[in-house]
Design a protein around this ligand. Structure first.
Ligand code: 5GP
Length: 221
């Protein structure tokens, strides 16, 4: 019986969780905390052609690559999804990055925009779960961007200019959370993750387990 319980744990189909929302809404903070608190979910490190912000590490926050390398990945069809122009920068998810986790039944967490989320949903509708974070107000969003202190005023204005466009896609997402309080939002995201893990289609180890239960039940008849 113990062997079956072990198998149940191992044979699970990994899910892909995408968290999106306008810049400054707190996606990064929420994602970091989820990853810190849950060893069964891994972060998909994207590639980008933008320069690292202060404190960002290559291979941890992003793989920081050149335009030439990016073009090469496009040519090789190495991307699961990619978006060619975001604030003049390019972003993409490498197939190799995602597959290495999904193949061993681990969940993957993504930070990507709605364009990428749409591509992922089209490619893997059963495996993708999308969460949209809304700010409590636009005033607060601007303040959060300014307090972050990592972007120039010009970039902040550019990001604020994109808010309307980004937010107009909120209703394409499976779950929506207004990020009023970080701890509450983290708890909500954790509930979504555990609910999604319990979906029958993801518990691929259940067949053997239930067969065992049936065998046991019939031997008592
Ligand atoms: P930032 O430059 O602030 O880190 O990210 C800018 C935008 O690019 C954010 O909306 C972020 O979610 C998005 N992004 C980051 N990585 C990817 C990716 O791999 N694919 C797509 N489509 N968008 C990404």
């Amino acid at each position: 019986m113990n062997a079956i319980i072990e198998k149940l744990k191992q044979v699970r189909r990994g899910a892909m969780f995408i968290i999106e929302g306008p810049s400054g809404v707190g996606k990064g903070t929420i994602a970091k905390e989820i990853l810190k608190r849950d060893p069964n979910i891994k972060f998909s490190v994207s590639v980008t052609t933008r320069a690292p912000r202060e404190g960002e590490k290559d291979g941890v926050d992003y793989y920081f690559i050149s335009d030439e390398q990016y073009n090469e990945y496009v040519k090789q069809d190495a991307f699961y999804e990619f978006v060619d122009s975001q604030y003049g920068n390019r972003y993409g998810t490498l197939r190799s990055e995602v597959d290495s986790f999904l193949n061993v039944g681990e969940d993957v967490l993504f930070d990507m925009d709605w364009v990428g989320a749409r591509q992922m949903r089209a490619k893997a509708p059963d495996d993708v779960v999308t969460i949209y974070l809304l700010p409590p107000s636009i005033k607060e969003l601007r303040e959060r961007l300014q307090n972050r202190g990592t972007d120039s005023q010009e970039l902040i204005d550019k990001r604020m200019g994109m808010v309307l466009d980004k937010m107009s896609h909120w209703n394409e997402f499976d779950y929506v959370i207004v990020n009023v309080n970080v701890e509450e939002t983290i708890a909500k995201v954790q509930k979504i993750i555990s609910g999604e893990r319990m979906k029958r289609v993801r518990q691929t180890g259940l067949n053997d387990f239930v067969n065992e239960l049936i065998k046991e039940a019939s031997s008592h008849e």
